[in-house]
Design a protein around this ligand. Structure first.
Ligand code: TRP
Ligand code: SF4
Length: 405
């Protein structure tokens, strides 16, 4: 086997531009992306089409938020030299592939996705009985498959969407994976292997296909691995021909589950805009102080002299995210003995959040002052993304027997 380093795995993820990002996004998603950009080939995009599925009545807000969100990403440490950053609608192939996939996706698959009914329930005030909203997860599948992504970092709530993506890819490959002339092309590829190996390949293929001999299949894989004169395309054909399937055009991605964010909201529930309990990444130091000072604490501590229990207090959850062991011990002892007051207790948290946000806000201010640069980054990102997406789309269209591809 050759020792050439294998390609970096490709990572893709997106976020809907629904407003300013907060610490929940930072701890739950962005820090993870920032880390991944060093180890993977990363594509991160602003999902403006997806925002339209739920906010089609207020398109002005979406376009305002697209750039702001890109600024938040860049401020949080996404580096356009390491990752491809772009806006979904700037790469029309997402929409094209979505349309093609819609032809082969059974309605029931979409109706059964749990977020479909959940979100309709949750967002009762909006009319989400639309074609586009039903197709939300399929558009997400197109986002992923158009880049042939290996890994998709998402939270728990999105796992069903990745599962759908895998099923749709499998169905596509099954329906269209047999390119025209597949058998002839596979036969031609066999002849490129040399007489001896070609005969062995044919024997192993027969043994596997006639008797289901797993050892023959394994030997066939090993034989293909060892071929040096076979192109990557031919190798895939030979694999498919060996196994009796077609050619894999859209590979199935994996979900890379992000650990549930430990970032609580100001009231102790999950931090979320809909709970109105967030600290945004652009929160001024004065606001950080005000919001944390007015956070609820253990309700048993009515007076300063009443002892409390950190387990019953949202401020303690912040200490778990931000404080070292010594500070945490100081909180535990001081709270239980009424040795410290809640305002004392909040002080190190205020300082830690302010310190975390300071460099992010510094960078955000630089990008705010130079929006042309932000637009350039998004434009260059879209150019790079379109190259990859167009190559996949050409393959997909010719597999689906459209002409001139
Ligand atoms: N649905 C995702 C969310 O709400 C956003 C998204 C759109 C996405 N397209 C994607 C995430 C593709 C990962 C991959 O968070
Ligand atoms: Fe919460 Fe700290 Fe007050 Fe205890 S002392 S109730 S942990 S804020």
């Amino acid at each position: 086997m050759s020792n050439t380093p294998s390609h970096k795995q490709r990572v893709l993820s997106g976020m809907r531009p629904t407003g300013l990002l907060h610490l929940g996004h930072y701890h739950g998603v962005l820090k993870n992306w920032v880390e991944m950009q060093h180890n993977y080939e990363c594509f991160f995009f602003v999902a403006d089409w997806h925002a339209l599925t739920t906010h089609y009545e207020t398109p002005d807000n979406i376009s305002l938020h697209v750039e702001d969100m890109a600024i938040d990403w860049l401020a949080a440490g996404i580096d356009p030299k390491l990752a491809t950053v772009f806006t979904q609608s700037h790469v029309p192939q997402h929409a094209e592939l979505h349309l093609l996939l819609s032809m082969i996706t059974p309605l029931g698959w979409l109706e059964r996705v749990p977020t479909y009914k959940d979100q309709q329930e949750k967002l009762k005030e909006r009319d989400l009985a639309t074609y586009g909203f039903l197709g939300y997860p399929l558009l997400q599948s197109a986002d992923i498959l158009i880049y042939k992504a290996d890994l998709v970092p998402v939270g728990e709530d999105q796992v069903a969407h990745i599962e759908l993506t895998r099923e749709v890819a499998r169905r596509f490959n099954h329906l269209y994976g047999r390119e025209t002339g597949f058998e002839e092309k596979a036969e031609q590829a066999i002849s490129k292997m040399g007489k001896k190996d070609a005969k062995r390949y044919r024997d192993l293929r027969r043994q596997y296909q006639e008797k289901g001999d797993a050892e023959a299949l394994a030997a066939g894989h090993a034989l293909l691995e060892a071929q040096h004169n076979v192109s990557a395309d031919d190798r895939e054909r030979l694999l498919g021909y060996l196994e009796g399937s077609g050619k894999i055009i859209l590979p199935e991605p994996q979900a890379a589950l992000t650990k549930a964010s430990r970032m609580p909201g100001l009231d102790g529930q999950k931090m979320s805009k809909s709970y109105n309990n967030t600290l945004s990444l652009r929160e001024t130091p004065a606001n950080v102080e005000k919001k944390i000072r007015t956070m609820p604490t253990d309700t048993n501590r009515v007076r300063r002299t009443d002892p409390g229990d950190p387990a019953r207090c949202p401020v303690w959850q912040f200490h778990e995210v931000y404080s070292d062991d010594k500070t945490k011990q100081w909180v535990q002892e001081g709270c239980r003995s009424a040795g410290i007051g809640c305002i004392d207790c909040k002080q190190p948290v205020i300082a830690a959040v302010q310190a975390e946000l300071a460099p992010i806000q510094q960078r955000a201010a630089e990008f705010e002052a130079d929006r042309t640069r932000v637009r350039d980054i998004l434009r260059e990102g879209a150019e790079a993304a379109r190259k990859v997406a167009a190559a996949t789309m050409a393959e997909v269209m010719s597999a689906a027997r459209f002409t001139h591809y």
